[in-house]
Design a protein. Structure first.
Lengths: 198, 78
């Protein structure tokens, strides 16, 4: 797809095209940000009330407002960094579907990153799961990809429109398997021709 | 006592810087789209610098000696 031309991941092959990039649904990160917004809201209320009601001469003529603002500034710094840590955890958790494989990149906090991949031809089954009122209304859920093994290899967690993703993967899987069969057919045909020659 | 406050603030300052460096490192190294990583970096770094500078300015503008005198924590030995 042309809109992913500017995207590039480490380990991407030269002829490999990115077809879809999937991240968790926005509601997933909103739940984490909600707490931060709540803290910011109450802190803002507190500091506004403090500035308004505080008397400048309570502590032997020392104005304590600069101290309060300093504490507020330190908290703002902490909150800003924390917001971006949450963002990093969300933004760098990504599933990439190319014309050859599915790649799962999981950012687990700082300095811990898991990358796994699965060839499209090895996919046996894809199932989707949408549980709960909010996921049903907002249309997000999980996509489980099964290979020939008994353990589920890949899970797309809390992704938007899981049915569409399932459809795309199944379509690509079908094409990949068809390609494998044709390759195998050509190899058998070639082997047969060589036997005839000898 | 003033020295101790200074040391604590220095440690906090270095911690803020390190945390910001980690964020920048992750954005630069792991982003799969250069344009979005550039935008994220600009937003993060600009706001961080403004907050850090204001934090340092506020720290140095505080009358620590007066506050410590009032609280009785300031010892002539320090």
């Amino acid at each position: 797809m042309e809109r992913f031309q500017n995207f590039h991941f480490k380990g991407q092959n030269i002829n490999e095209k990115i077809l879809l990039i999937v991240r968790r649904h926005w509601f997933d990160i909103l739940k984490q940000f909600f707490l931060v917004f709540l803290i910011v809201f109450f802190l803002t209320l507190f500091f506004s009330a403090f500035s308004y009601f505080y008397s400048a001469n309570i502590f032997s003529g020392t104005d304590m407002r600069p101290l309060v603002f300093f504490v507020g500034s330190s908290l703002a710094l902490l909150i800003w960094i924390y917001i971006f840590l949450i963002w990093i955890d969300y933004y760098f958790d990504v599933w990439i579907i190319t014309d050859k494989r599915v790649i799962n990149i999981e950012q687990k906090g700082l300095f811990m990153r898991h990358i796994s991949e699965l060839e499209l031809s090895k996919i046996q089954d894809v199932t989707t799961e949408t549980e709960g009122i909010i996921p049903s209304i907002l249309n997000y859920g999980d996509v489980h990809i099964q290979t020939a093994g008994t353990v589920t290899r890949f899970v797309f967690w809390h992704v938007p429109d899981p049915y569409k993703i399932k459809g795309i993967i199944m379509k690509l899987q079908g094409k990949a398997q068809h390609k494998e069969i044709r390759k195998l057919g050509k190899a058998i045909h070639k082997a047969g021709q060589q036997e005839e020659v000898t | 006592m003033l020295n101790i406050i200074g040391i604590f603030y220095f440690i906090a300052f270095i911690s803020f810087l390190l945390a910001a460096l980690f964020v920048v490192f992750h954005i630069v190294k792991y982003s799969i789209n250069k344009m979005s990583s550039f935008v994220m970096l600009v937003i993060f770094v600009l706001v961080f610098i403004i907050l850090l500078i204001s934090n340092v300015a506020l720290f140095f503008s505080l009358p620590w000696e007066q506050m410590l005198d009032f609280s009785g924590l300031n010892n002539s030995g320090f």
